[in-house]
Design a protein around this ligand. Structure first.
Ligand SMILES: [Zn+2]
Length: 371
């Protein structure tokens, strides 16, 4: 998702707007002010249509945020951290840090969003009923009742990554006891639903409803990508299940004397052996780690008189990984720390290096072997 505008925090969760959101906000406002309100409430003035359009659109996206907060609330209650909530062109997304630990948790987190939408729909429905004589309130309330109901129903379509797909995954997971299989099933229905949307969009375009058709195609395409990515990710997780860091690490890493200049390292080590990372030693102890990134972050002209010691990252500032750790958690830790390599320790002793390239290679080999 592209650049984010930060709005603030709710329950400690950063709330953001993607720049793509402004497009959909504009479209919804425009369609409310020029089409929906004049059609449903024809006796108001243009200024009123515009003001109502903006306010209703804001409340609509507030409702979308409410839906995502519903998911987040249940996630937090089940001790699953929520990284962020972002509103973007296709609605909202709560970035839940990890997969739910049980089908029950998955079900509750998934259903909470549509439940909030249903409740909001009911609330706006009541408001609409009691404000019949007052169009300024009845008009937005009626729209918000409808749109929240649609939001709930749309999200309950049983295709991953829609909430309904998660519900389906929870059910299959519960009945088979197999999380990976459940994800495959939900991902598969997700792709079928996505292609259904694309097909429907194409059909609409042939009915010369060009914009509506295009919209369905985009949503379908977006869902298709998300469903495929989840299935791939699950495959990776399954492949790496039970694999430890020790199995995928680079066991021996080159040591380099602290005073060696970077230019010598480039000429004699990087270009000849193709190695990308080195441990810097004073002859006895490891002082730090030097990566190609550390070298290239300095201007070339300085390589001749900068020593390895000066350019390295000191050992106590490095993310260190235990050799017995499972590979997935290690990769997650590296991802969070934004590093592509980390020293591997065993009982306080350096035993190797884990690099992203190495993990990718390892994964590729296992996939080729059908493991
Ligand atoms: Zn949802």
């Amino acid at each position: 998702m592209n650049a984010n505008i930060k709005l603030g925090r709710i329950w400690g969760i950063p709330i953001g707007l993607s720049t793509s959101w402004f497009l959909i906000f504009g479209l919804v406002t425009l369609s409310l002010a020029t089409n929906y309100f004049p059609r449903e409430y024809p006796f108001l003035s243009t200024v009123v249509y515009v003001i109502l359009g903006v306010l209703t659109s804001l409340l609509f996206f507030g409702s979308v945020l409410g839906h995502e907060l519903g998911h987040s609330f249940l996630a937090l209650r089940n001790k699953i951290p929520v990284r962020s909530i972002t509103l973007f062109i296709f609605g909202g997304v709560a970035q839940i840090e990890r997969e739910p630990s049980s089908p029950g948790v998955e079900l509750r987190v998934a259903i909470a969003g549509p439940l909030v939408s249903l409740m909001l729909s009911g609330l706006f429905g009541v408001l609409w009923l009691v404000s019949q004589d007052f169009a300024y309130i009845a008009a937005p309330a009626e729209y918000l009742m409808r749109i929240n109901l649609m939001l709930a129903l749309f999200n309950l379509i049983p295709g991953f990554p829609l909430d309904g797909g998660r519900v389906l995954r929870a059910i299959v997971w519960k009945s088979t006891g197999d999380f990976y299989r459940a994800t495959r099933v939900a991902g598969m229905t997700g792709q079928i639903v996505a292609f259904g949307f694309i097909g429907f969009g194409l059909w609409q375009m042939f009915q010369s409803q060009f914009i509506d058709g295009l919209w369905w195609i985009f949503i379908g395409w977006f869902l298709q990508n998300a469903a495929a990515a989840t299935v791939t990710q699950t495959k990776v997780q399954r492949t790496l299940q039970g694999v430890t860091v020790a199995q995928a690490m680079e066991p021996n890493c080159q040591e380099i004397p602290a005073l060696m200049p970077l230019s010598t390292i480039i000429d004699q080590r990087v270009l000849t052996s193709g190695q990308h990372c080195f441990y810097i030693t004073d002859g006895e102890n490891i002082l730090g780690m030097l990566s190609l990134k550390d070298i290239t972050s300095l201007p070339k002209t300085k390589w001749g008189f900068t020593t390895a010691y000066q350019a390295m990252t000191p050992f106590n500032r490095l993310l260190r990984i235990d050799s017995g750790m499972d590979l997935l958690s290690a990769m997650q830790a590296m991802e969070n720390a934004n590093v592509s390599q980390a020293p591997v320790m065993e009982q306080g002793r350096l035993v190797g290096t884990l690099t992203r390239d190495r993990v990718i290679n390892y994964l590729r080999t296992r996939t080729q072997l059908g493991m």
